[in-house]
Write a protein that binds this ligand. Sequence first.
Ligand SMILES: Nc1ncnc2c1ncn2[C@@H]1O[C@H](COP(=O)(O)OP(=O)(O)OP(=O)(O)O)[C@@H](O)[C@H]1O
Length: 235
Amino acid sequence: MTPSPVALRGVTYAYGTGDLARPVLRDVDLTVAPGEVVLLTGPSGSGKTTLLTLIGALRALQQGSATVLGQQLAGASERERTALRRRIGFIFQQHNLLGFLTARQNVAMALELDPATTERGRLARAGEMLAAVGLADKCESRPDQLSGGQRQRVAVARALAGQPGLILADEPTAALDRQSGGDVVRLLRDLARRRGVPILMVTHDPRILDIADRIIAMEDGRILPANEADAVQAH
Ligand SMILES: Nc1ncnc2c1ncn2[C@@H]1O[C@H](COP(=O)(O)OP(=O)(O)OP(=O)(O)O)[C@@H](O)[C@H]1O
């Protein structure tokens, strides 16, 4: 059986220490199946982004167990977390592209960590990824010459370029209008699905819930049971 790319058990997390410690995640269990597209919804402050950053090894786990792409994060060293981060494609609310680089250079940067690649090879691969997101004619454009939707498509190309084992996305449509937001996440879903890459996406956006294989609702640091989550979705 293929192991789950994400398996969390009893994850509890607090910001602050001592008397100021405030748990923002409480006993969270979560499993993502190979190739699955999972959306994480819930009110502001319910802990979604914190959960995503723990899974992405951007913060150290405090309590519980989390296996991500085969790496156990409980007790993982900074080096192990860095190595894991390189196997994950991140997409944020803001595209986080570098303004002085072209779209092609921004995507190629994601490949620089692979010592087996040459600059020429990286730029060629970046061009292929940009073509896959429909931006073959924008390779040499800088971010300020692109629309918001196009910039986010460059971010999708960058996230997928390094052939990640997992995509983590935090409100990728928040800065986009309805049409381009929907287009970007559908494109992401289709490209990831073709490559068998699972996606875990935090979103407030009710317009994109239909892309999911599964929707998980959080409230006050906990994952709601599926029947309660359905009731939340119905509102
Ligand atoms: N670095 C931090 N230090 C202290 N508290 C924090 C920090 N980051 C987040 N919090 C608090 O932790 C709680 C959970 O935040 P988190 O960003 O995970 O929620 P969220 O569900 O993603 O919210 P939103 O939908 O508004 O992004 C909130 O009460 C927030 O204020």
